[in-house]
Design a protein around this ligand. Structure first.
Ligand code: GRF
Length: 199
């Protein structure tokens, strides 16, 4: 019997690199908590030739490379064409245009590999976040999922989970441990955000 996809929200996942969070969201739509709620309808990449696009391709998901010279109105049209109802940023490194933020109010989230509001803001991405945590001497870091607003990393927090910083951690070892938690937390937070919309 075919699956009933009529009630599923179409997700667009925005990526810029590796795509491991994209992978965990696809898996969750296939057989996890997102299964009864959503499907990945589109992957938007800030550049071509990134691993995340290969993941999307092998999962048979439509892909759109949104390079700098493309106007935001074109991106909005592509999102509309795919009937996108919710956006999840997953390692996306470009600023989101205010037009998108406004159109997708409460329908756009991001994941950040630290406990916001600390260690966030412009320029705080990738290993820089973990390096800053270690240099600060913090003993706890973690994961934050937040709604996206017009300011970097400043929207309302939807979910957080802590991860202990070990004495001998490097930025890399801490990043690896946090990433494992990201893969669990993000699909659950997206599910919560989708349920919040139905309330
Ligand atoms: C993750 O650490 C995420 O928190 C941050 O960028 C990284 C993306 O990793 N925003 P991946 O591309 O999902 O593997």
């Amino acid at each position: 019997m075919g699956e009933n996809t009529a009630n599923l929200t179409n997700l667009a996942i925005f990526v810029s690199g590796r795509g491991s969070n994209l992978r965990s969201i696809i898996d969750s739509c296939d057989h996890g908590i997102l299964r009864s709620l959503a499907r990945v309808a589109l992957v938007v990449a800030s550049k071509a030739n990134i691993h995340a696009l290969q993941i999307a391709e092998s999962a048979g998901i439509d892909r759109y490379v949104y390079s700098r010279d493309i106007p935001v109105t074109t991106l909005l049209a592509v999102l509309e064409e795919h009937e996108v109802g919710f956006i999840a940023l997953a390692g996306y490194l470009r600023r989101i245009a205010p037009e998108i933020v406004r159109k997708f109010e409460r329908r756009i989230v991001n994941i950040h590999p630290a406990l916001l509001p600390k260690f966030g803001g412009k320029g705080m991405y990738g290993m820089r976040v973990h390096q800053a945590v270690i240099e600060s001497g913090e003993t706890i870091s973690g994961v934050t999922v937040h709604y996206v607003s017009e300011e970097y990393d400043a929207g309302q927090i939807l979910a957080q989970e802590t991860v202990a910083v070990e004495e001998n951690d490097t930025a890399e070892t801490l990043a690896d441990r946090i990433l494992q938690i990201e893969h669990k937390v993000y699909p659950v937070a997206i599910a919560d955000a989708l349920r919040n919309l139905k309330r």
